[in-house]
Design a protein around this ligand. Structure first.
Ligand code: GDP
Length: 215
């Protein structure tokens, strides 16, 4: 898939106010500072796209971007059909200063969106590859399992540590999951800085769109 354009559409306080669910959607989620904005910008080949989500007033909202792209086959054959999908930037967890009430609102907004957004094909759950498995990431994953929400793990910032450390952290993470999961979800190793993992993510998105079109 070749990204042709990506533009900000709207920020919504809950899933009911999101754009009409008429094209496939992929959401990005993870603890704050995991590298979500950098990854979105890298994926869309834009410097400041996801900065919009971080601007005052938008950090606690569901941020929609519309992406247009050419499918892989048409890149090989010249002009072809255009794929349209929504990229959603969800506010991350782990904020230092939020009240109990803000936290509850945020939890409800996220869980409602994830469970009820009908065009959501997959959630990208971002995990910082520099750290060993974190309890709240695993807890959230188990929650996704209970909700039967399809997701893909994306390990971020892999240029920041040695390959050995990254491999150990990724393997430890997957092993921890294996304690409770029968089948592991797909995972992609990325670095926004080095643009690693971009093709794999785009391929994954395209395959999900194609699969859904067949259903
Ligand atoms: P967000 O809070 O999840 O949106 O995280 P950001 O994208 O703002 O990234 C947090 C910090 O990590 C920033 O200082 C980024 O420059 C840095 N960062 C993000 N991704 C990478 C990466 O792939 N490699 C390196 N070296 N730094 C990164």
């Amino acid at each position: 898939m070749l990204i042709k354009s990506a533009k900000y559409i709207i920020s919504s306080p809950d899933y009911k106010k999101c754009p009409k669910p008429d094209i496939p959607e992929f959401a990005f989620f993870g603890r704050s500072n995991v590298g979500k904005s950098s990854l979105i910008n890298m994926l869309c080949n834009q410097k400041n796209l996801a900065r919009i989500s971080g601007s005052p007033g938008k950090t606690q909202l569901i941020n929609h971007f519309e992406v247009t792209a050419s499918p892989h086959a048409s890149i090989l054959q010249g002009e072809g059909p255009v794929l349209r999908w929504y990229l959603v930037d969800l506010p991350g967890y782990g904020f230092a200063k939020v009240s109990q009430r803000q936290r509850k609102n945020w939890e409800k907004m996220i869980s409602d969106y994830i469970r009820k957004r009908e065009n959501l094909l997959s959630l990208f759950l971002l995990i910082d590859s520099r750290h060993p498995p974190q309890k709240n990431d695993i807890d959230f994953i188990n929650q996704l399992g209970d909700w039967k929400v399809p997701f893909c793990l994306v390990f971020t910032k892999t240029d920041k540590e040695t390959q050995k450390t990254v491999s150990k952290n990724v393997n430890d993470f997957l092993s921890t999951m294996q304690e409770t999961w029968y089948e592991l979800p797909p995972h992609i190793i990325t670095s926004a800085l080095k643009k690693h993992g971009r093709e794999k993510m785009l391929k994954f998105i395209e395959s999900q769109i194609v699969e859904q079109a067949k259903r």
